[in-house]
Write a protein that binds this ligand. Structure first.
Ligand code: TYM
Length: 331
């Protein structure tokens, strides 16, 4: 059976990008594959959280994983920092990861541009830690959104380089995965680019947002004065709202508003109202389960403890073999 690994950085609440790009696939994959889903708290350290925030954020993602339907009996759910073998593999892979290729990574260049005051070495080697997360379980499938595609390519590079260097076909090649065979990019509400945690207030709709908040955010989403000619191409901000509707609404709802746009009869107020209501319905089952799961501290502790045991079992086997391949020997 093929092995699946994926994770989400614990830097805040999960938004619709995380949900449709990643978590929905996790839930489907757990029935078909050997799955490891983790909470990437080592990765979150690049943003320097306080100890209290760090723990709250990890718990929040764990709760949202469970509320979304990841089942700890089917998939291994764990906290990344409970599996220190990952750090050991990260160190080995770092020895063969070159400055040039790390500096050329798009996500690194984006961070340098957006946070010039905090360009730390952890950011530079972020793709190496990601490769360690994946290779530690010898995974071949990695459910992620479109923005992670380049990181997956780097994971293959690092794994293949290790194999070549030591003359062992040890790590298999991991590939980004989505059930539709097309990686998803969920747009934000600010008229430009993807939905993200660091793109500013109002850009992202979170799984925890109440219906009132969702309505408010969607009604405030960037739009324009409306089309002036029939069948004119949609500008980015409008296309983004239609893309969101394609994700959360029924096909005929989408077709209805698409027709209205093409006939220059669309009223953005009605369009947004419909989009907000469909988002509310799409996220309702997850939202409803969040508070119940969050209150059950014993259950959360059990899930994390059980997940850590299973993940370490798999990770320590890989590390034992890696140490042997590298040439570490007992006297
Ligand atoms: P992170 O926390 O930024 O995002 C988690 C997952 O959500 C997806 N995603 C999106 N998908 C579609 N549209 C969007 N707007 C959108 N925003 C986020 C991301 O593609 C991702 O799948 N580096 C990873 C976490 C990670 C990881 C790993 C993932 C650490 N190690 C190993 C897979 C395997 C990250 O920062 O994701």
């Amino acid at each position: 059976m093929e092995t699946v690994v994926s994770g989400i950085r614990s830097t805040g609440k999960l938004h619709l990008g995380n949900y449709y790009g990643a978590v929905k696939n996790f839930v489907k994959m757990q029935d078909e594959y050997k799955c490891f889903f983790f909470i990437a708290d080592y990765h979150s350290l690049t943003t320097h959280p306080t100890p209290a925030n760090l723990h709250d954020n990890v718990r929040s993602v764990l709760v949202e994983y469970l509320a979304a339907g990841i089942d700890p009996e089917k998939a291994t759910i764990y906290v990344q920092s409970d599996v220190p073998e990952v750090v050991e593999l990260y160190l080995y892979l770092n020895m063969n990861a070159y400055m040039g290729e790390l500096e050329r990574s798009t996500s690194f260049k984006d961070k340098v541009r957006s946070h010039p005051d905090n360009v730390n070495a952890g950011l530079l080697t972020y793709p190496v830690l990601m490769a360690a997360d994946i290779l530690i379980h010898k995974a071949t499938k990695v459910p992620v959104g479109k923005d992670q595609e380049q990181h997956l390519e780097m994971s293959r590079t690092f794994g293949n380089r290790f194999n070549r260097m030591y003359g062992h076909e040890f790590f298999p090649e991991p590939y980004a995965f989505n059930f539709t065979d097309k990686l998803v990019k969920v747009p934000g509400l600010d008229g430009k680019g993807k939905m993200g945690k660091s793109e500013g207030e109002g850009n992202a709709v979170y799984l925890r947002d109440t219906p009132e908040i969702i309505r408010k955010k969607v009604m405030k989403a960037v739009s324009d004065g409306g089309p002036s000619e029939e069948n004119q191409p949609k500008p980015e901000a409008i296309q983004n709202l239609f893309d969101l509707m394609k994700i959360v609404s029924a096909e005929d709802t989408y077709a209805h508003f698409d027709n209205l746009y093409n006939n220059c009869q669309i009223r953005y107020g009605d369009f947004k109202k419909q989009l907000a209501e469909d988002m509310i319905v799409a996220t309702q089952p997850v939202r409803e389960r969040i508070s119940e799961i969050e209150a059950n501290k014993t259950y959360l502790r059990e899930v994390a403890r059980y997940g850590a045991i299973k993940a370490r079992e798999s990770a320590s086997k890989t590390i034992r073999e890696v140490r042997e391949i590298i040439g570490f020997k007992n006297f």
